[in-house]
Design a protein around this ligand. Structure first.
Ligand code: AMP
Length: 203
């Protein structure tokens, strides 16, 4: 199995690269941001509580996102792959965002006898991120993309709470940084090259 953590600050291009990677490797996409937004759209209690934090550019509590990932992993087990819907693994997008989330993910995957293959970090400087997110806000309809103060808070949350997750995977020898500025195809090829190396000798 190929289990990939696609890592990077908001606006680094994780969504764009995820779409390409899913096609290339038949991965199931697990984005906690998307899962939270669908809870908001469905008007659930969880969605309403998460929205208050998301609208302030703050992280939602670990147990909420860990619970959602746990549910999705269980769900994928109950609809096993067939010849027509071969599943190559999972791509985690926007998760884990804290060290406790990374630890929980290791434990969840161990239950299924698998593990993270590699973490690919897209590196983009803060000012470029702010530019990209403000531009995305013109069309994305996401409230958290439309206000520079909120965008800066999300980038700060990333620098304070999420960056240490990179060290967690580095300690396991699974961290690879890729320049996230440039042509989409060039970045995609660099990620594929990393995956090829990580998969050599992987279970
Ligand atoms: P994203 O779509 O990944 O940019 O996430 C949008 C917002 O959802 C973030 O700013 C957080 O408020 C929340 N969120 C998404 N994923 C997580 C996570 N793994 N941990 C905590 N909060 C999250």
């Amino acid at each position: 199995m190929l289990n990939l953590v696609l890592f990077g600050p908001p606006g680094a291009g994780k969504g764009t690269q995820s779409e390409k990677l899913i096609q290339q490797y038949n991965l199931i996409h697990l984005s906690t941001g998307d899962l939270l937004r669908s809870q908001i759209a469905a008007g659930t209690e969880l969605g309403l509580q998460a929205k208050q934090l998301m609208d302030q550019g703050l992280l939602v509590p670990d147990e909420v996102v860990i619970g959602m990932i746990d549910f999705k992993l269980q769900e994928s087990q109950s609809s096993p792959a067939s010849a027509t819907n071969y599943v190559g693994g999972f791509i985690f997008d926007g998760f884990p965002r804290t060290v406790p989330q990374a630890q929980a993910l290791d434990q969840l995957l161990a239950r299924y006898g698998t593990q993270i293959t590699t973490m690919v970090a897209l590196v983009v400087d803060d000012e470029e991120l702010i530019r990209r997110l403000l531009k995305r806000g013109e069309t994305s309809g996401r409230p958290d993309d439309q206000n520079e103060v909120l965008i800066r808070r999300r980038v700060t949350e990333y620098n304070d709470k999420t960056k240490p997750v990179a060290d967690y995977y580095a300690q396991q020898g699974k961290y690879v940084a890729i320049d996230g500025i440039g042509d989409i195809e060039t970045i995609f090829e660099a990620i594929c090259g990393t995956i090829l190396k990580a998969n050599v000798g992987a279970k």
